[in-house]
Design a protein around this ligand. Structure first.
Ligand code: NAP
Length: 205
């Protein structure tokens, strides 16, 4: 869902996008390519990582490291990795728990394991339709980013602005991913209470 939403938005803005998955002929990826025209293509995780200048990790949080290993260290080296994943564990049903939390985060684990990659955590605190279309809400609220590399964050901010995000809060280094991932339990609770995923966090001072 997230890969589809972000990939389609990027194509609509004129970017070339390759959707990666475990197999080059993944049914959902092939369908996404045929819906999105000439700028869209699909391949393995390794194909997509080699193709992209900026990589989006939109995989299930529990398998993100596995997927990034398949993408290949050499294909990711030096690139920006926008990490949208949340380390949610649904194995005991609802509500899910976090597999990594408190003193660590998925964003940090990825950064530690892929030291040559510039990890920027972003967009993981909202529904994917809203990620690419903040105007769906009267008050779109905020989007949070964090990461260790200032130029990578500036580039991601530019991309987010092209998605029409105005209120972007840079929370600092990648350890801030602890907070943006640990916001998920309240997000899930709110979705149940409000009966819709179409809401966001808005910071007021
Ligand atoms: N849905 C949202 O609105 C939303 C919002 C914020 C953050 N997120 C986060 O974004 C991520 C994606 O969410 P989603 O809703 O798009 O989930 P999804 O539709 O289930 O997509 C998950 C992706 O992970 C891949 N995957 C699953 N198991 C895998 C494995 N063992 N090895 C490699 N790849 C595997 C899937 O590939 P296959 O299709 O081949 O199985 C699929 O491409 C999650 O971490 C989620 O927490 C989601």
């Amino acid at each position: 869902m997230v890969g589809d939403a972000i990939g389609s938005k990027l194509v609509s803005l004129g970017h070339k996008v390759m959707m990666g998955s475990r197999t080059a002929t993944n049914e959902k990826a092939v369908a996404w390519t045929s819906r999105n025209g000439n700028l869209a293509s699909n391949g393995t995780f390794a194909d997509a990582a080699a193709f992209g200048e900026i990589i989006f990790n939109c995989t299930t949080g529990q398998v993100s490291l596995e997927a990034l290993q398949l993408a290949g260290r050499e294909n990711l080296q030096g690139k920006i990795l926008v990490d949208v994943a949340n380390p949610l564990d649904f194995s005991k049903g609802m509500p899910p728990s976090l597999t990594i939390c408190n003193t660590d985060s998925l964003g940090e684990v990825i950064q530690r394991q892929f030291t040559d990659v510039k990890v920027v955590k972003a967009l993981n605190t909202m529904n994917c339709q809203l990620m690419v279309n903040p105007g769906l809400l009267n008050d779109p609220g905020n989007v949070f980013i964090c990461g260790n590399d200032a130029s990578a964050k500036a580039e991601v901010e530019n991309l987010l602005q092209s998605f029409a995000w105005e209120r972007i809060i840079d929370l600092g280094d990648i350890s801030a991913a602890r907070g943006t991932e640990q916001i998920l339990p309240i997000w899930i609770r709110l979705m149940g209470k409000l009966g819709t995923p179409m809401f966001n966090f808005s910071i007021v001072q």
